[in-house]
Ligand binder design. Structure first.
Ligand SMILES: NC(=O)c1ccc[n+]([C@@H]2O[C@H](COP(=O)([O-])OP(=O)(O)OC[C@H]3O[C@@H](n4cnc5c(N)ncnc54)[C@H](OP(=O)(O)O)[C@@H]3O)[C@@H](O)[C@H]2O)c1
Length: 233
């Protein structure tokens, strides 16, 4: 029997990269999965690969209404939510802050900060009712490095770091574990160029799954890891 048998897990950003690998790991552990992204075809293909009933929804996380509809569909078809993994994220390009348009800044904050906030708020209600749960937020080592040309993305991830740490204190009495994951460079479509010297998305997925399936008498607050080529931390 898998470690997540019978648990309802919501995973964002499942259509590609780390999220796609993670969806496979979670399904292999028996999780009942609710997955989302914008790319409907990629999600359908993934659903076929997983070979089990999953709830999929294609929508833009910049908008609240479809996100709430997705959670309602997950609850109706799979039951109350036990685990939320806020994985979706993006940085459209590298540019100094003086070149970033207001709309671009807003969309970066909407996906990387606002959406995880509203999913945490909504899913915590299910978890409280069930007497516990686990929220995992995928942040980034940019939180440790204030990287120039990635200002809005860094601000969003650092904002999510703060929210994650506050949220952990606020929900601990409800039995809800909150884990902040800080991966370093990973070879995905996140950036336009391929980086075979970076971590494989499947390796990052393994690390996240480990944080999720450790014994229940501990909670991982923070998990930071990097590829071996990143040595200037
Ligand atoms: N790759 C790295 O080096 C790295 C390092 C540290 C942290 N991270 C973080 O790890 C997480 C996963 O990144 P990744 O490397 O796997 O990137 P990726 O391959 O670009 O995948 C990003 C995922 O997020 C989804 N997404 C992006 N914008 C969205 C939107 N507006 N609405 C809904 N879904 C959206 C994408 O789905 P659609 O395309 O279907 O919309 C996709 O499934 C992100 O939070 C990222 O910030 C990545």
């Amino acid at each position: 029997m898998g470690a997540l048998e019978g648990r309802t897990v919501v995973l964002t950003g499942a259509s590609r990269g780390i999220g796609r690998s993670l969806a496979g790991c979670l399904a292999a552990e028996g999780a009942r999965l609710g997955i989302c992204g914008r790319d409907k075809a990629a999600l359908s293909e993934l659903e076929g690969e997983l070979g089990r009933p999953v709830v999929t929804a294609a929508f833009d996380l910049c908008f609240e209404a479809p996100a709430l509809d997705f959670l309602a569909k997950v609850r109706a078809e799979l039951g109350g939510i036990d685990v939320l993994i806020n994985n979706a994220g993006f940085n459209p390009r590298k540019a100094p802050l003086v070149e970033v348009a207001t709309e671009e800044f807003d969309s970066i904050l909407a996906v990387n900060l606002r959406a995880p906030f509203l999913l945490m708020r909504e899913c915590a209600r299910d978890m409280k009712e069930k007497g516990g749960g686990h929220v995992i937020n995928i942040l980034s080592t940019v939180c440790h490095s204030d990287m120039e040309t990635m200002g809005a993305y860094t601000a969003a991830k650092e904002g999510l770091r703060a929210l994650t740490n506050v949220f952990r204190k606020e929900v601990i009495e409800d039995g809800i574990r909150v884990t902040a994951v800080y991966p370093g460079g990973t070879d995905t479509d996140f950036r336009p160029n391929s980086r075979p010297d970076y971590m494989k998305p499947s390796s990052v997925a393994d690390a996240v799954l480990t944080a999720l399936t450790l014994p229940e008498d501990l909670v991982v607050h923070e998990l930071t890891f990097r590829p071996m080529v990143e040595n200037n931390f």
